[in-house]
Design a binder for this molecule. Structure first.
Ligand code: ATP
Ligand code: MG
Length: 421
């Protein structure tokens, strides 16, 4: 092993992984377009306060996962652990509140969390996400859920289980918190250290504990759904009505509370049917209070994020991942003295005509170059030696399928290849 390696939990993406990643990105961008979401990209590094003020002191992110550092000017910076707070920061900074509402945005990029690396869990992870900002309606929740659902459909993962819940507004949660306190107090001794701390700081998060997931006090905890205000309940019923109208199946699970504190009302997760809790593929929720935490005007919003590595993992498990990039159209085969320069000029013209062309390897034999061309799955070899260079022609040789080799003038090579497709 060389002594320098990629950081633990951060992986190199190699050309052999490119096909499946391109596939996922293409579909994600296509689906965002279908719903009229505009692309936004924020810096990988932010003022740490963007996240510290929003994700919640008791969240895994703030407690143990965020990469925080002082830059050379002494400012406290963070590698972004998630997208929503950063996009909200940008929404406020650029006065997007004065644009027609809602503002529909999507993003795709790397995020950083000091997580414990294992299958599907990295320290640099990629997320695709969408945010619908400036719309308080249940229809906006349904739109975002449908966008996410459409993404998984298009990817060939139609059976991910959608679990939804409503965690109400702050008022709801205050009353619910009281009830939870009563409920958990007698069981405190038997709960994990993490849960004991959460009992004091953010008791709702005990329901999200991975350690205590099966604890009878957790499974038997009162349901937040019994504490919703009339408005919360009506909103949640409306979301379910829309999902029903769209034919999107879901289960209501009062224990979905989400890892970040800024959520309100509708929250959800998509997970594989065989999941053991660790492998949520994507999750979202409404975050009506977030903008104010960042010093902006009260702005209702809803969004989701989905992990690209977890999508790739699920595609590979089901053998749905394309493992090879589309083959190249042409492999150039330059020979002799004048062949190489002529082949370079012809390759340039072919690329200008939209063909993918792999450069040749001057100095290697015809046989060796043709073998390399077939091995790389090129559709055609274009052979150019001294005679061809002199006469202004090339030999166009179909590889693989039958079809005869043709002598074609430079100016007609692109045409000849495109016609035979
Ligand atoms: P988990 O409970 O698995 O830690 P989370 O609640 O921290 O997930 P979110 O903050 O909701 O996750 O992030 C949205 C999505 O990003 C997740 O559903 C998952 O697909 C992906 N994700 C989160 N953390 C990681 C990670 N460390 N490595 C890879 N993907 C991740
Ligand atoms: Mg996490």
């Amino acid at each position: 092993m060389p002594d320098l390696q990629s950081p633990r939990g951060m992986e190199d993406l190699l050309p052999e992984d490119a096909a499946v990643w391109r596939h996922v990105r293409d579909i994600a961008e296509h689906v965002a377009r279908l719903f009229d979401y505009g692309y936004i990209s924020t810096p990988v590094v932010e003022d740490a306060r963007v996240f510290l003020r929003t994700v919640g002191e008791e969240s895994d992110i703030a407690q143990k996962e965020m990469y925080v550092f002082e830059d050379r000017g002494g400012d406290r910076m963070a590698l972004r652990p998630e997208g929503t707070a950063a996009i909200s920061r940008a929404y406020i900074e650029h006065g997007m509140g004065s644009r027609p509402q809602p503002v529909r945005l999507f993003y795709i990029g790397p995020f950083f969390r000091y997580d414990r690396p294992q299958a599907g869990r990295y320290r640099q992870l990629w997320q695709f996400g969408a945010e619908c900002i400036g719309d308080a309606s249940a229809a906006a929740d349904a739109e975002i859920i449908e966008l996410q659902h459409t993404l998984y459909q298009e990817l060939g993962l139609p059976d991910l289980l959608l679990r939804i819940n409503s965690i109400g507004t702050a008022e709801t949660r205050a009353r619910y918190t009281e009830a939870l306190r009563e409920h958990f107090r007698p069981h405190l001794e038997s709960l994990s250290k993490d849960s004991q701390r959460r009992f004091e700081t953010n008791i709702l998060r005990i329901l999200d504990s991975k350690e205590d997931a099966g604890h009878p006090a957790v499974t038997g905890a009162p349901s937040i759904l019994d504490f919703l205000t009339e408005e919360d309940a009506a909103h949640f019923a409306a979301v379910q009505g829309y999902l029903g109208a769209l034919g999107i199946s879901y289960v209501v699970d009062p224990r979905v509370v989400r890892g970040l504190d800024y959520y309100a009302r509708t929250v959800w997760e998509f997970e594989p049917p065989d999941a053991a809790g660790q492998s949520t593929v994507g999750a979202g929720g409404r975050y009506d209070g977030l903008m104010e935490l960042l010093g902006g005007p009260a702005t209702p919003a809803v969004g989701f994020a989905t992990g690209i590595e977890r999508i790739v993992l699920n595609l590979r498990r089901r053998e749905l991942a394309p493992e090879e990039e589309a083959p190249v159209d042409v492999a150039m085969v330059p020979l002799g003295e004048a062949g190489p320069a002529a082949a370079m000029r012809l390759a340039r013209a072919l690329r200008a005509a939209g063909l993918a062309v792999r450069a040749g390897t001057p100095g290697r034999s015809l046989r060796a170059q043709l073998r390399a061309a077939s091995n790389s799955n090129a559709a055609f070899a274009v052979i150019l030696g001294d005679d061809e260079a002199r006469d202004g022609v090339a030999q166009v040789k179909p590889l693989g399928a039958d079809g005869e080799q043709l002598t074609v003038p430079f100016g007609s090579v692109a045409d000849a290849i495109q016609r035979s497709w």
